[in-house]
Write a protein that binds this ligand. Structure first.
Ligand code: FMN
Length: 341
């Protein structure tokens, strides 16, 4: 069914197809017909970051930036949904076109630039969804906020989403906000995480509940940098790491239509580099923090590969666009088989 639908959707521009499919997914849920496109996924519960996940396959950030479609997406069988990236203030993102399909490589290039309706709007959406499942909320900085004041934006995000999230993701790895990825290294990383940790602990006291905080990193990191950030995460009391975001590398898509567009590349071409980061992180962390593996999962084998590299959970985005909801079931089944072996 999805292959027919995808053929129709792929006739539209990528951004239009995005909105139409999400509207359809939400509509099916509202009228109780999600089963028409949702695969059946047996529960395989596990506890990660102190949260119980019904199954290990989640939706990665960026698909539902404004948290408008949580219930529709959850009805497809995801074990958890991550919404955002949300910035404190609404911002339009980059001019269109800013989203490109590269079907030959089962890939996407995007330079959306954190287009979103802002923190207040996202919180209202989450509240009105009444969603009871595992919800990650991914926070970022506004484009116009200078790098030296980035921490203020993340603190606003943390405070705003804290009461509404199962976990919070600190996104330091989008290639589409100038200077953002510099926050992944050295003194700026330590200063940012120390400030966020302090605030998280104070929020835990005032709200009477501890909401874990994960950091999302890029795939384009040298081994030494990955090992260094792993130590910083442990020292700063971070609860998990999400590896990885999109890549700025282009070798896998040179010569393909849209292959030289600026932005972050996702899907097939990021699979190996993301698995490499997970493997190095797992070796450096030795179980001290859980890893959520994301990047290029397009079938059962690529999902199980992330678990074998050391992930405790996985997320999908681009593979979901190309394969549809059946990917959730394939990934969950392959992970169950890997864990049983
Ligand atoms: N990651 C974020 O942390 N925040 C975002 O706002 C975000 N927006 C994205 C928008 C698009 C169109 C795509 C394709 C990816 C986006 N991502 C974002 C990255 C994905 O969450 C994921 O980390 C990355 O695409 C690798 O996974 P994949 O190969 O399964 O797509």
């Amino acid at each position: 069914m999805y292959s027919v639908l995808r053929r129709l959707l792929f006739c539209l521009s990528p951004e239009r197809a995005h909105h139409v499919s999400l509207a359809l997914i939400s509509l099916l849920e509202k009228v109780g017909l999600s089963f028409l496109i949702a695969p059946s996924i047996p529960d395989k519960p596990r506890t990660v970051m102190g949260i119980e996940f019904p199954n290990p396959v989640g939706l990665a950030a960026g698909l539902d930036k404004d948290a408008k479609h949580i219930n529709g997406l959850a009805a497809l069988g995801f074990g958890f949904i991550e919404v955002g990236t949300v910035t404190p203030l609404p911002q339009p993102g980059n001019p269109q076109p800013r989203l490109f399909r590269l079907p030959e490589a089962q890939a996407i290039i995007n330079r959306m630039g954190f287009n979103n309706l802002g923190l207040e709007h996202l919180i209202e959406q989450v509240k009105s969804s009444g969603f009871k499942g595992v919800l990650g909320i991914n926070i970022g900085k506004n484009k116009d906020t200078p790098a030296e004041r980035a921490v203020d934006d993340y603190l606003l995000g943390l405070r705003g989403v804290y009461p509404h999230a199962s976990y919070i993701t600190v996104n330091l790895s989008s290639p589409n906000t100038p200077g953002l990825r510099d926050l992944q290294f050295g003194e700026p990383l330590v200063a940012l995480l120390a400030a966020l940790k302090k605030e998280q602990l104070s929020l835990a006291q005032s709200h009477g509940k501890y909401v874990p905080m994960a950091v999302k990193i890029a795939p384009d990191m040298a081994e030494e940098d990955i090992r260094n950030v792993a130590e910083v995460f442990v020292e700063q009391g971070i609860d998990g790491v999400i590896a990885t975001n999109t890549t700025i590398a282009r070798d896998a898509v040179t010569g393909l239509k849209h292959g030289d567009e600026m932005g972050g590349l996702s899907g097939g071409p990021v699979r190996e580099s993301s698995t490499r980061v997970i493997r190095i992180l797992a070796d450096a962390l030795q179980g001290r923090l859980p890893i959520i593996g994301v990047g290029g999962i397009s079938d059962g084998a690529s999902a199980a590969e992330k678990m074998a590299a050391g992930a405790a959970l996985v997320q999908v985005y681009t593979g979901f666009i190309y394969q549809g909801p059946v990917l959730i079931a394939e990934a969950a089944a392959a992970i169950a088989q890997y864990e049983a072996s």
